[in-house]
Design a protein around this ligand. Structure first.
Ligand code: HEC
Length: 444
């Protein structure tokens, strides 16, 4: 550590001397190697903050220019060095580290921001500013850039949002007449109204019950931090032509009211003549108590000022590929770990979320080359840790006993896992392809 600092200092001095020699003329801005907003920090904010911290975004204050950022400099250093902002709660010391939607700052970016704040949060030369980025409109479909407009749009029935109160649920059933034949879903996006819905819809599901069947087709599941799902190429979900959509919308009042709020879900399908190779059920719920077939949450009993750890196991009856992981706990939830115990006894942490925060429902989407390929008989083991002490910054009341319940002040403990079950032949092919690509990599 010391050596690195030392060499950085030497570099700093060398660069400063260089610029002193070159820029002795009367430039209004002396070039320096200490980080400036314009040159070093603005590009990071464009990449990692402004999608939310813009005048219409869900972030509480815009961070678009120096004047807006400067008053928050100390708070920004605090939140970024603690890993609270941007919201991304993965444990970087264990399990998978390669995600399609990684929102976190790199170590270098965190250091740049901290140094910039420590050295006075200076503006630097506005000429160094990067060109402004184009922010997508909050009312637009996020997937439309990649996929064009949705093939089918479904809508919830209107709901009158109240300004104050406790959690509210809106669960209309709506007929689905969307298509003339069964289709294969490629992607789905859940879109609350904008700007109101984006602020008050905490999470929600749209589940299709096919006509005359008990099967549930979970078209879209949403939480702040997760709004769309796109299945890997060649993987799709079978969607019947007709049925009933059971909406389950959880509104959380934020002091703003509005009538006739409607949530939309956009659906993108594979071409009609194409049947993807893998059929997925999308995100499946894995209970952390492992007690399937029994009432949920019966073993959540968290003592005042105390902790509780619960673990549950699920044996895979078929080989499977895991695409994504989305832990669901409430305000006392702190950690959720997903491990694989392989048939040969080896144990591996697939992923651990160790800074869980109930305000965010983040789906961690795995890069293709790291997606777990699990043989039949693998035990998926989930472990949740609850923190009901004063150390938990969002604990509403550490004096209470906490049990299972739907409200945010009660607890839950399950994971939504994007999983596709495959047959032995598909498993062997997938493992072979993975090995081949790793060998190519190591030869490079
Ligand atoms: C996905 C949206 C999102 C992204 C990306 C994001 N933020 Fe935030 N930020 C929020 C929301 C929402 C809040 C308020 C609620 C909370 O703290 O969770 C917040 C809160 C903050 C706060 C605390 C404000 C206060 O008054 O307490 C700071 C500071 C902050 N963000 C800085 C940043 C910085 C710097 C980045 C980029 C490095 C960033 N955020 C990225 C959404 C976001």
């Amino acid at each position: 550590m010391i050596t690195i600092r030392h060499s950085q200092q030497i570099m700093t001095i060398a660069t400063a001397t260089f610029f002193a020699a070159v820029c002795f003329s009367s430039s209004a801005y002396t070039q320096s190697s200490e980080p400036t907003f314009s040159r070093d920090v603005a590009p990071i904010f464009q990449e990692k903050c402004q999608t939310c911290h813009n005048p219409e975004g869900i972030g509480p204050m815009p961070l678009m220019n120096y004047a807006q950022v400067k008053p928050f400099a100390a708070l920004i250093k605090d939140r970024t060095t603690k890993g609270i902002m941007p919201p991304w709660h993965n444990d970087t010391t264990t399990g998978i580290q390669s995600f399609k939607n990684d929102a976190s700052l790199s170590e270098a970016q965190i250091t740049t921001i901290a140094q910039w704040v420590d050295e006075g949060a200076i503006e630097g030369n506005p000429a160094d500013l990067p060109a402004p980025i184009k922010l997508s409109n909050g009312a637009a479909w996020q997937l439309s850039d990649q996929l064009g407009p949705p093939d089918v749009i479904i809508k919830s029935t209107p709901y009158n949002v109240v300004a104050n109160g406790q959690d509210q649920w809106w669960t209309p059933n709506v007929r689905f007449e969307g298509m003339d034949k069964e289709r294969w879903l490629r992607a789905a996006e859940f879109k609350p109204s904008y700007p109101l819905g984006k602020k008050v819809v905490h999470h929600g599901h749209a589940v299709l019950i096919p006509e005359g069947e008990k099967r549930q087709v979970a078209l879209a599941r949403y939480g702040v931090g997760k709004s769309w799902e796109m299945y890997p190429e060649g993987t799709g979900m079978r969607v019947p032509a007709k049925g009933t959509i059971a909406w389950n919308l959880h509104y959380f009042p934020v002091g703003i009211e509005g009538d006739n709020d409607v949530v939309e879900v956009g659906l993108w399908f594979y071409p009609e003549d194409r049947q993807p190779e893998f059929e997925t059920a999308g995100e499946a719920m894995f209970r952390v108590d492992g007690l399937n077939g029994m009432a949920r949450g019966q073993d959540i009993v968290i003592p005042p000022h105390g902790y509780q750890v619960i673990t549950g196991t699920h044996v895979l009856q078929e080989p499977a590929i895991i695409h994504s992981y989305r832990p669901h706990l409430h305000m006392r939830g702190k950690v959720m770990t997903m491990e694989a115990i392989y048939p040969d006894g080896r144990t591996e942490v697939i992923q651990q979320v160790n800074k869980y925060n109930h305000n965010w429902q983040i789906s961690y989407i795995y890069e293709d080359d790291v997606k777990p390929l699990l043989p039949k008989g693998t035990v998926l083991q989930f472990t949740s840790v609850f923190d009901n002490t004063v150390n938990n910054p969002i604990n509403p009341d550490p004096n209470q006993w906490v049990v299972f319940g739907r409200r945010g002040v009660d607890e839950m403990s399950h994971a939504w896992v994007g999983i596709t079950y495959i047959n032995e032949e598909q498993y062997a092919t997938a493992v072979g392809a993975r090995r081949a690509s790793q060998e190519t990599l190591s030869l490079d």
